[in-house]
Ligand binder design. Structure first.
Ligand SMILES: [Zn+2]
Length: 181
């Protein structure tokens, strides 16, 4: 959960127990998270807006991409809403190490997708599956999800100006079906 860097080794109470003891054993309040996100960044923080609604994106109920935009060239998250801003701040989503990790993930995904394309063109299904697996096993799954979404955004040509072949691939139905299956 949250940064997407690791597979997570701790369980975060999304709404802190100190704030709402009734949610201590609520299944959807238990989120797998890494130690830096859970302990070093979030801790007991749970900011609210002026109306008393949570200002953190709840990943069990909300689509993070409605509040956050990943700048693929920099690996940095930008807020689209106040909730996005609070989530970036509280969880340190742009902390040292994460942007570089996301930029690396973008490159790995790009290489794997081109390899998938070549294997697909020769109808080598074992190989295509291997390349899909490479993408799915990557940390920072949010990077590939962002790429697939931004391929159809109005600014897509600009976002992928350095990689028009990649953009064409990301828009292909067969590739999207293989990745999103
Ligand atoms: Zn984390």
């Amino acid at each position: 959960m949250y940064c997407g860097e690791s597979r997570g080794a701790t369980v975060d109470h999304f709404e802190p127990v100190a704030r709402n003891p009734l949610r201590t054993f609520d299944w959807l309040n238990h989120l797998l998270a890494c130690t830096p996100c859970n302990s070093h960044e979030k801790g007991e923080q749970f900011p609210l807006d002026a109306d008393g609604h949570p200002l953190l994106i709840d990943p069990t109920a909300e689509d993070p991409f409605e509040h956050l935009l990943l700048t693929l060239s920099l690996g940095v998250y930008r807020p689209l809403t106040p909730k996005g801003q609070a989530t970036i701040d509280v969880l340190g989503l742009n902390r040292r190490g994460l942007p570089n990790g996301r930029m690396h993930a973008r490159k790995v995904v790009e290489l794997a997708l081109h390899a998938w394309d070549r294997a697909h063109a020769h109808a080598r299904s074992d190989e295509t599956q291997k390349h899909v697996q490479t993408v799915q096993d990557q940390p920072f799954a949010d990077v590939c999800q962002s790429m697939l979404r931004q391929a159809f955004s109005p600014g897509a040509d600009l976002v992928f100006s350095d990689a028009p072949d990649l953009l064409a691939l990301l828009r292909r139905d067969d590739l999207r079906a293989a990745l999103l299956r």
